[in-house]
Ligand binder design. Structure first.
Ligand SMILES: *Cc1c(COP(=O)(O)O)cnc(C)c1O
Length: 381
């Protein structure tokens, strides 16, 4: 089956009991046993729930993995992943990270004796050298990165990491499996904040891990139950509902992003703009090789710094100023004071997250309305 068909059918047979075409929401926390330890596959909803299992097998099919695991948030999925890397472990991570991931690494995990080294993964040689520097357990990647939309060569990173005996995890929240399936490049673990494009409607908080091997899946399913950051059956239903339309939504998001990127690229109030689907993007060729589409996020550095960026954000009418991304409605973000506020200024600016940077998550409104909104707001910046 091709991708759009898989989203709707793979891993989602009609309900065995009733024939319901869509997964029923099984709200039961516990399940009857006919004798101690004799049951129909479900015991307690933290360890397994029928609605969650449909979502988990649909996620595995979408990401070309052996198994999927759903969590109560993206950071819940990451926390559970990190439980597999005890004190003494070494992690090599991409340096342009989601702010909450950075906070969890720097302000929490490090105190438990986990060493975390950051590297600019757009430089494949430096990445390979950093990985080889010392024994390494986990290589952690985001591509495209947030908010600067840099592209990491997954094939090259996987090769270097596996040579060193490390596991590779990729946060695929920005690209989504519609545009990039890291497991097809040899990645071991894919992570999602399903809060974003997979849910797609800004109405749930959720996360997921998808594992390449069935053996790893067993280990992480054990951790999922032991740690307990599981989603509610209703949230699982909503993510599943979002997943069905992921293909058409991602094409609509990209149409909006293209229209906005075109306005930004040549505007005198814009010092720099970032969208991997434009030939002007520094890694356009790599993006085309690795991705089937480029997503709905566009970032821009507004001339005049923070004050101009704030004037621009306040002038927007179709875009709403709010954290998060990936919903059907367009959202705007000021990374320096919102999503990346926990990253110190020097570190932020060294990576290009300046006070003038704005991040736009293009929704599925008419692309011409999004372009008009941005053009008009730039006139007020
Ligand atoms: C939002 C986000 C997360 C965290 O997910 P939550 O669902 O908010 O916990 C992780 N990675 C990326 C790239 C994100 O955008």
């Amino acid at each position: 089956m091709r991708f759009d068909t898989r989203l709707i059918h793979a891993g989602q047979p009609p309900d065995a009991l009733t024939g319901a075409v869509n997964a029923p929401i099984y709200l039961s926390s516990t399940f009857r046993q006919s004798a101690p330890n004799r049951n129909q596959g479900y015991v307690y909803s933290r360890s397994g729930n029928p609605t969650r299992h449909v979502l988990e097998s649909a996620l595995a099919a979408a990401e070309s993995g052996a198994a999927g695991l759903a969590f109560s948030s993206g950071l819940g999925a990451l926390t559970t992943l990190l439980e597999a890397f005890p004190s003494g472990s070494r992690i090599v991570s991409v340096d342009d990270l989601y702010g909450g991931t950075w906070r969890l690494f720097e302000h929490h995990r490090k105190q438990f004796g986990v060493r975390i080294d950051y590297v600019d993964m757009t430089d494949a040689d430096r990445t390979a050298a950093t990985i080889a520097e010392a024994p390494v357990d986990l290589v952690y990647v985001e591509t495209p990165t947030n908010p600067l939309l840099r592209i990491v060569d997954l094939r090259a990173v996987v090769r270097a990491a596996h040579r060193a005996g490390a596991v590779v995890a990729v946060d695929n929240t920005f690209a989504t499996p519609a545009n990039q399936r890291p497991i097809e490049f040899g990645t071991d673990i894919v992570l999602h904040s399903t809060t974003k494009y997979l849910g797609g409607h800004s109405d749930i908080i959720g996360g997921a891990l998808v594992l390449r091997s069935a053996r790893a899946a067993e280990r992480y399913a054990w951790l999922q139950n032991a740690v307990g950051a599981v989603p509610s059956p209703f949230d699982c239903f909503l993510v599943l509902r979002g997943l069905h339309t992921l293909g058409v939504r991602m094409r609509a998001h990209e149409a909006g992003a293209r229209a906005v990127a075109e306005v930004l690229e040549h505007h005198r109030k814009v010092a720099a703009s970032y969208f991997p689907g434009r030939p002007s993007h520094a890694q356009y060729r790599l993006a085309r090789r690795q991705m089937d589409g480029f997503g709905g996020i566009v970032s821009a550095d507004i001339v005049g710094g923070r004050r101009a960026a704030v004037r621009f954000l306040r002038a927007l009418r179709v875009f709403t100023l709010a954290e998060s991304l990936g919903g059907v409605e367009s959202l705007a973000d000021h990374p320096a004071s919102m999503t990346h506020a926990s990253v110190p200024r020097a570190e932020r600016e060294a990576h290009g997250v300046t006070d003038g940077l704005v991040r736009l998550s293009c929704g599925i409104e008419d692309p011409a309305d999004l372009a008009d909104d941005v053009r008009r707001a730039l006139g007020r910046a």
